[in-house]
Design a protein around this ligand. Structure first.
Ligand code: ADP
Length: 624
C-alpha cells in the first residue's frame, strides 16, 4: 500500500521563529553542524541508556556513531546517526512545534532586537537547535526510525509555512538528516560539501563528542573512512592543555546556550570519592528558566566516561539549577539508576563538595569581577535567594552573594560590605521590606537611620519576605526589619530628652488611641522618626506590608491583625494635636484619621476609604 504524504502547517510560533532564524543570524552559520551533531550525540546517549534494560535494541546495531557524507554535485550534506530515532508522533512534536513556554515572549524580544547585534545572543538564550539547519539549507529532509519500531518517518520542509510527513521503509534505526544547501553567500561563504570545511568545523566545535564522527575522505583509490574528532572527553584532559575556546564549545554542547559561559569550573577530586567535574556558570538566564518544568538540575552524570543520565538531580541542590556541565565518577557502579542514586553515600559527598565549590566561585566573582557578577545577579538573583532559604549549612556564604538596594546611594550592596562599613555604634543590620523601591526610598521609617548615618537595605523583591524568615542574622549580627517591632537607636542622653517630651505629651497619645481604637492595634511614640509626624509599623512576627499586599494580590484573605501607629513626639503637629484635643475636638478627630491615612500612603498602601480621606482633607483645608 503506498504511504500517504501529509502536509502539515507549522505552528504559528514555529513559523515565526524559523523566519527570524533564517533572516537574523548572519555570522557563524557553520554552527548548524554543531547543533545537528549535538542532537545526534544525544540520540546515541539515549539509545545506549535504553539498551541497558532493553538489550534487543542494541543487537546488531554495530558501533554507535555519527556519519557525515556529501554530494557536492547535488549540493547535499548528510548527517547520519544510528541512535534512538523518533516515532512519527515524536517527529511532529519535536520538529513541528515549539512546545516551550516563553516562546511568545522570546519572539517579541527577538523582533525588537532584530538585525541588531543582540539577535544572535537572544537566540542563543533560547537555543533553536535543529532549526538552525535552515540558515544554510533551502530544504531539510529528516528520515528517522525509532529503535524497536518497524517503520520509519520522513519529514521534509523548506523552512517556510509547512512540512510534510510520510511513512517510509528505513532499514536501520536512527536518523538521517539531508540538507540541500543554499549557494555559499558572499566572499567568505563556506561550501559545506568540502571535506576540509567539515573537518575544521568538527574539530572546532565537536571534537570532544564521545562518539566517532566519521566521514569518507580522499578520492579515487585513496578513499578511506576517517574519524574527524579526537573523542577525548574534555574533562579527562589535563587542564593546562585545554584552550578557553575548547571549554567554551563544550559548554555550548552541554547547555545548548550559544553564548560563552561566565565561568568554568574544572575540578578533579581524588581520595575516598574519585571524580571529575566540569561545571559552568552561564552569563544569561535561558528563556525558559522559570518554567517549572525546567526547574531541575541540568548536570550530566558519567561513570568512567560512560554517559549515565542527563538531568541528574542528586549532584547539586535544586536552587543551583543554573549550573551546567558534567560529573564523571570513577567509582559509582555503571548500572546505577535514579532510584539508587538517592541513597548513594558517594553522591552525597560529591554534592556537598560541589555545592561548596560553586558558592566559593560565585563569591570570588563578586569580589573580583563585580560587573560580570552584577549581570549574573540580574539573571539569577531570585534563585540565589532560594538558596539562602534552603541552604541551612551554608546560609551565611550564600547570603553573602545576595545584593540589595540601599538607602545610601544607587549601587547594590552586599551584606558583607554593609557590615564592614557599619559605624561602630551600630549593632544590627537594618532592612526595610517595601512593595517597590520608590516607596522604600520615601519611607519615613528611614529618617532616624539616615540621621545617624546608618544604612538600611531596601528589600523589594516579593521573595524577600520568605528569605527573611530564615535569614535572621548574618555574621553574628541580627537582621532587623525596621518596619517591625521596637527599634532602639538613641543613646542614653537622647533617650532622656525623648522620655521627657513623651511624658509631656502622654495625654495626646491617650486621645489618639481612643480616637483610632477600631483602626489600629496600638498608638505609641516612635524612636525612628525625625521629620514625619507618624508612621505605621507591625509588631514582631507580624506580616509585613509587602506580604499583606501579596496576599491581597493573589486573592487570599489577610489576617485581620491591626497595625501599630507611631507618633513623633518631636514633631510640632503632635504637640499641636495635644492642644487641639482639648480646644477643638471635632478637628482633632479629623486630624487623627488623616494622619492614619497618610501613614498608609507613605508605605505604599491606600487609605481604607479614599473617598472619605479626600473629603476630610478638603474640609480641613477649608477650615484653614
Ligand atoms: P533541543 O536539542 O535543544 O531539544 P532541537 O530543536 O535541536 O532542540 O531538537 C528538538 C528535539 O528533536 C530534540 O530534543 C530531540 O528530541 C529531537 N531530535 C533532534 N534531532 C534528533 C536526532 N538526530 N535523533 C533523535 N531525536 C532528535
Amino acid at each position: 500500500m503506498p504511504s500517504t504524504v501529509d502536509t502539515i502547517p507549522f505552528q504559528a510560533e514555529t513559523k515565526e521563529l524559523l523566519h527570524l532564524v533564517i533572516h537574523s543570524l548572519y555570522t557563524h552559520k557553520e554552527i548548524f553542524l554543531r547543533e545537528l551533531i549535538s542532537n545526534a550525540s544525544d540520540a546515541l546517549d539515549k539509545l545506549r541508556v535504553e539498551g541497558l534494560t532493553r538489550s534487543e535494541l542494541l543487537e546488531g546495531a554495530g558501533e554507535l556513531g555519527i556519519h557525515l557524507a556529501t554530494d557536492p554535485e547535488a549540493k547535499l550534506l548528510f548527517v547520519i546517526d544510528n541512535g534512538i530515532g523518533m516515532s512519527r508522533d515524536e517527529v511532529i512534536e519535536n520538529v513541528g512545534t515549539i512546545a516551550r513556554s516563553g516562546t511568545k515572549r522570546f519572539l517579541d524580544a527577538l523582533k525588537e532586537a532584530k538585525k541588531g547585534p543582540q539577535a544572535p545572543e537572544l537566540i542563543g538564550q533560547f537555543g533553536v537547535g535543529f532549526y538552525s539547519a535552515f540558515m544554510v539549507a533551502e530544504e531539510v529532509t529528516l528520515e528517522t526510525r525509532k529503535a524497536g519500531e518497524e517503520k520509519g518517518t520522513r519529514w521534509i520542509s523548506q523552512g517556510q509555512g509547512e512540512y510534510t510527513v510520510e511513512e517510509i521503509d528505513k532499514p536501520t534505526n536512527g536518523t538521517t538528516i539531508t540538507l540541500r544547501l543554499k549557494d555559499p553567500e558572499g566572499e567568505d561563504g563556506q561550501d559545506f560539501t568540502q571535506e576540509w570545511v567539515l573537518r575544521e568545523i568538527v574539530k572546532r566545535y565537536s571534537d570532544f563528542i564521545e562518539y566517532p564522527i566519521a566521514m569518507e575522505v580522499g578520492s579515487g583509490d585513496d578513499k578511506k573512512v576517517e574519524v574527524l574528532n579526537s573523542r577525548k572527553p574534555l574533562w579527562s584532559r589535563p587542564k593546562a592543555e585545554i584552550e578557553a575556546s575548547e571549554y567554551n564549545e563544550f559548554y555550548k554542547h552541554v547547555s545548548r546556550d550559544w553564548n560563552d559561559p561566565l565561568e568554568t569550573i574544572h575540578l578533579r577530586v581524588e581520595g575516598t570519592a574519585e571524580y571529575t567535574a566540569l561545571l559552568y556558570l552561564p552569563k544569561k538566564r535561558p528563556m525558559d528558566f522559570f518554567d517549572p518544568q525546567q526547574a531541575k538540575s541540568k548536570i550530566q552524570l558519567y561513570v568512567k566516561r560512560v554517559f549515565i543520565m542527563g538531568d541528574c538531580d542528586e549532584l547539586l541542590p535544586g536552587w543551583m539549577r543554573f549550573v551546567r556541565g558534567v560529573v564523571d565518577s570513577s567509582d559509582l557502579p555503571l548500572n546505577i539508576s535514579r532510584e539508587t542514586l538517592q541513597h548513594n553515600r558517594q553522591m552525597g559527598q560529591i554534592k556537598k563538595r560541589l555545592t561548596k565549590k560553586v558558592i566559593d566561585v560565585l563569591g570570588d566573582l563578586l569580589a573580583k569581577r563585580r560587573e560580570d557578577y552584577l549581570e549574573f545577579w540580574k539573571s539569577f538573583g531570585p534563585v540565589l535567594k532560594e538558596g539562602i532559604y534552603f541552604e541551612d549549612e551554608h546560609r551565611d556564604s550564600v547570603a553573602k552573594l545576595a545584593l540589595f538596594a540601599s538607602s545610601k546611594g544607587e549601587d547594590l550592596r552586599g551584606l558583607a560590605e554593609y557590615v564592614e562599613e557599619m559605624p561602630v555604634k551600630q549593632k544590627e543590620i537594618y532592612v526595610l521590606v517595601a512593595p517597590d523601591l520608590e516607596t522604600a526610598r520615601r519611607s519615613p521609617l528611614l529618617e532616624a537611620f539616615a540621621a545617624r548615618n546608618y544604612e538600611v537595605l531596601l528589600l523589594t523583591d516579593p521573595v524577600d519576605d520568605f528569605v527573611l524568615q530564615r535569614l535572621t542574622e548574618f555574621q553574628g549580627k541580627t537582621i532587623r526589619q525596621i518596619e517591625k517591632g521596637d527599634v532602639e537607636l538613641d543613646d542614653a542622653d537622647d533617650k532622656a530628652e525623648r522620655d521627657e517630651k513623651e511624658k509631656e505629651l502622654e495625654p495626646v497619645l491617650e486621645a489618639v488611641r481612643k480616637e483610632l481604637a477600631d483602626k489600629v492595634e496600638e498608638v505609641r511614640f516612635s524612636k525612628r522618626l525625625t521629620t514625619s509626624p507618624a508612621c505605621l509599623v507591625s509588631s514582631d512576627g507580624e506580616l509585613s506590608s509587602q506580604m499583606r499586599r501579596f496576599l491581597r494580590d493573589t486573592g487570599q484573605s489577610e489576617p485581620a491583625k491591626k497595625r501599630i501607629l507611631e507618633l513623633n513626639a518631636k514633631h510640632p503637629l503632635v504637640a499641636k494635636m495635644q492642644t487641639m484635643s482639648k480646644d477643638d475636638f471635632g478637628r482633632f478627630a479629623k486630624v487623627c484619621e488623616l494622619l492614619w491615612g497618610q501613614a498608609l500612603l507613605q508605605e505604599g498602601s491606600q487609605p481604607e476609604d479614599t473617598q472619605r480621606f479626600a473629603t476630610l482633607l478638603t474640609e480641613l483645608l477649608l477650615e484653614g
